[in-house]
Design a protein around this ligand. Structure first.
Ligand code: NAD
Length: 522
């Protein structure tokens, strides 16, 4: 296997917009039809970030060919050696962190501090998964038979297809690519069309770290064409997708037909619950960060706040005051706290929910408008928006909005808070603010979600614990932590019999069996 020595694609990032290629079999190559699509800055649509390969089904086929060929040798590289590449990746990401974060702000709009956090998450994940290269643990168990050894080992699945969204454009791909690689799989990676530059930058880092040709292949383009072609190809043995529940269900259905492994990380309708004994200042701070961080475009965003009736007025007044004071603007300005939403389509979808909320009879407490002044004329900005008097059944309290819109719901007691928090089709992240340790533990038990926070908002996961959700959010898999390895490995159970004779499990050497045999023995 050879290592690509081609120069980095993004070195000229500040020059005129340029064309970025796919990365297939160790080479940067154009889509076979030569077509491209354009990525623009959501803070200023006139700024073109770059032009990216609008790939065809045949480009996908070439990427899978390369991954299939590379698998033959990559799966045999000892895992600790595969891991060495990830240590280099961590180091290179640290070196390029600021440049990558700034490009991320330009490409998808999150504010610079959060963009740095996004890259940092990939750094953390690279180090963690590199460590897994020296573990990849199975189990050894005693055999019921003498002179027999029983153990389980992990094997790579094969070629895996990784399909990612735009909201964590470096972190989420890293959650999938790093465990897949350390476990010995080869990868075909399709990022969201809103964030192809972030994907190119991440792939460049892996190439620079010395990943052999064909082990990781990047194919950019539309989900319905490129993503679908990856899912449809029987040689791709597993798909890991993060995205909307609608797309995830479609992909999972197809994978079911093809009997391929599918792990889905999908939508959320997360909630912060605030009880009558809560520290309200702390809860307000959490609600602001949870609701408006990344302009509400986190799968874990706190788009509902469920407040005990005794503290509703106090909380709502403080929350609204804080939301009104948030500075909206271009995320490259270090004083800006809320950036634009990712695209024009997203802006209109968010605003439609504001109109729905008003029609449903919720009280608009602040915000509610698209912003087109103060240097924001050419971007996709929406005011941080809070609705009060929201009923749990309203669409704004049930559907994922994925923008800076928060619904505040009044409840009478702890039990009702839990019922409302659990009362959506999603189950990603739920939180409880209380000073009562008994209630905190009751909440941990009763909240139906993959992630629970106590006295902290619904966002802020760390990479060393499993990440994912229940109900319509996921299908039982988890990213991050050591559990991520389960997504990308097959179990192989191994029995080594060194007795030199046939030993029958469940039959020979069984206490009850021995008794029976002694009865019939002469
Ligand atoms: P999306 O569903 O529109 O797209 C996700 C990815 O799937 C993209 O790369 C897209 O091109 C691809 N895709 C689309 N159609 C496809 C098809 N038919 N076959 C294969 N691939 C296809 O989602 P998005 O707008 O990019 O991201 C936002 C969504 O992601 C939100 O719903 C959010 O909650 C969710 N999300 C979930 C998590 C989580 O961990 N649970 C994390 C981040 C984002």
């Amino acid at each position: 296997m050879s290592t690509s020595t081609q120069s980095l694609q993004t070195k000229t990032k500040t020059d005129a917009p340029r064309v970025y290629d796919n990365y297939i079999n160790g080479r940067w190559v154009k889509a076979e039809n030569g077509e491209t699509f354009t990525s623009t800055n959501p803070a200023n649509e006139k700024e073109v970030i770059g032009h990216f390969a609008s790939s065809t089904v045949n480009d996908v086929k070439k990427a899978i060919d390369a991954a299939e060929e590379a698998l033959k040798t990559w799966r045999k590289v000892p895992a600790p050696h595969r891991a060495e590449i990830l240590y280099k990746v961590a180091h290179l990401l640290e070196t390029r962190k600021e440049e990558m974060a700034r490009n991320m702000v330009r490409e998808m709009g999150k504010v610079i501090k959060e963009a740095r956090g996004d890259v940092q998450e990939a750094i953390d994940m690279a180090k963690f998964m590199a460590g897994e290269g020296r573990r990849l643990m199975g189990s050894t168990v005693p055999s019921e038979l003498p002179n027999k050894f029983a153990m389980s080992v992990r094997a790579p699945i094969g070629v895996v297809g990784l399909i990612t969204p735009w909201n964590f454009p470096v972190a989420i791909p890293s959650w999938k690519i790093f465990p897949a690689l350390v476990a010995g799989n080869t990868v075909v990676f399709k990022p969201a069309t809103d964030t192809p530059l972030c994907a190119v930058m991440l792939v460049e880092v892996l190439v620079e770290a010395g990943l052999p040709a064909g082990v990781l292949n990047l194919v950019t383009g539309e989900g319905s064409k490129v993503g679908q072609a990856i899912v449809d190809d029987p040689r791709v043995r597993a798909i890991s997708i993060t995205g909307s529940t609608a797309v995830g269900k479609k992909v999972a259905g197809r994978c079911g037909e093809l009997m391929k492994r599918i792990s889905c990380e999908l939508g959320g309708k997360n909630a912060i619950c605030i009880m009558e004994d809560a520290d309200i200042e702390l809860a307000v701070e959490g609600a602001v960060w949870g609701g408006f961080g990344t302009a509400g475009q986190r799968c874990t965003a706190a788009s509902r706040v469920i407040v005990h009736k005794d503290r509703y007025k106090e909380f709502t007044e403080k929350f609204v005051a804080r939301a009104k004071a948030l500075k909206l603007g271009d995320g490259l300005d270090p004083d800006v706290q809320v950036g634009p939403v990712v695209s024009k389509a997203q802006l209109h979808s968010v605003h439609e929910y504001v109109e729905i909320g008003e029609k449903e009879g919720a009280t608009l407490l602040c915000g509610g408008k698209i912003v087109k002044d103060n240097g924001m004329e050419n971007g996709w900005f929406h005011e941080p928006t809070i609705f009060g008097d929201v009923k749990p059944s309203m669409r704004i309290a049930q559907e994922e909005i994925f923008g800076p819109v928060v619904s505040v719901i009044k409840v009478s007691d702890f039990e009702e808070a839990i019922e409302v928090a659990n009362g959506t089709e999603y189950g990603l992240s739920l939180s409880m603010y209380t000073k009562d340790v008994n209630r905190a533990f009751a909440a941990i038990e009763e909240l139906e979600s993959g992630i629970v926070y106590i006295n902290a908002p619904t966002i802020g996961a760390e990479i060393q614990l499993p990440f994912g959700g229940v109900k319509q959010t996921g299908n039982g898999h988890r990213e991050a932590g050591t559990t991520a390895i389960d997504q990308f490995t097959e179990w192989k159970s191994v029995y080594v019999d060194y007795s030199g004779r046939l030993q029958r499990a469940q039959i020979d050497n069984h206490p009850a069996q021995k008794q029976d045999e002694s009865k019939i023995a002469p």
